[in-house]
Design a protein around this ligand. Structure first.
Ligand code: ADE
Length: 231
């Protein structure tokens, strides 16, 4: 899987990808992360990539030329998805992360300033994705959210012990929250690990965990259970 991220702030992407599980995935060649800076493509003599909007209002708008040229410089695989990060897009979720994990190449376009010249949408026809109903200062954090959640659904990225199958919202237990976890010590500040987890009876442990998943989902996200007919 190749991620190509068009961004004015390459170090944000590089910094994240140099840590933890994503770093290991890069080192083991399970994913490749490449950044492309539109500023390297601008034909403006001052290297500008943005301009004030026609019709007025505050802020600056990303211009077509550097974005079109940056996008067109990327060698496309036969099975790629081109995504624009924008609060106006379809809302991202685990189902989309799993779907995108089967692609060979994901190209992501990060915005900054007030937004994109509309002709970038019209001309390049990206799939527009939002990570939630709030506005960030740029598309880099959303792009990293996608990169991270897509990557952990690629075979080999998580260790054997640490499967994505039981993640909250994952396909394995579609749309319900995870059970609580405990580790050593057995007692901390008077709070005890539930007895059932200590007795080694795996059938009982699994039964308890399933109940906890349902209780927790009922308490926190009733809307998920209403959608799920299998529980
Ligand atoms: N860019 C700014 N805010 C965003 C959001 N919520 N989702 C995706 N891209 C964005």
């Amino acid at each position: 899987m190749k991620f190509e991220i068009i961004t004015l702030f390459e170090d944000i992407i590089k910094g994240y990808c140099a840590q933890s599980i994503i770093k290991r995935a890069v080192d083991e060649n399970l994913i490749k992360v490449n950044t492309i800076n539109p500023r390297d493509f601008t034909e403006d003599k001052h290297k500008k990539v943005d301009a004030p909007p026609y019709g007025g209002t505050a802020g600056m708008v990303l211009q077509c030329q550097p974005i079109f040229d940056a996008y067109e410089s990327i060698e496309k695989e036969d099975d790629f998805e081109f995504i624009m990060l924008t609060p106006q897009g379809e809302k991202f979720n685990q189902k989309i992360a799993v779907e995108l994990a089967s692609k060979k190449q994901i190209i992501m376009l990060c915005g900054h300033y007030e937004g994109f010249d509309e002709r970038i949408r019209i001309g390049l026809k990206p799939r527009e994705i939002s990570i939630g109903d709030y506005v960030l200062t740029g598309g880099e954090l959303p792009a990293l959210c996608l990169l991270d959640s897509i990557s952990r659904n690629i075979k080999g990225v998580l260790g054997k012990e640490d499967s994505a199958e039981y993640d909250s919202f994952s396909e394995g237990i579609e749309g319900i929250l995870e059970h609580p976890h405990y580790t050593r010590p057995r007692e901390y500040r008077g709070m005890k690990v539930p007895e059932v987890l200590l007795n080694g009876n795996h059938a009982e442990i699994e039964k308890w965990r399933k109940e906890q998943r349902i209780v927790r989902t009922k308490q926190r996200r009733k809307d998920l259970l209403e959608k799920d007919k299998n529980i």
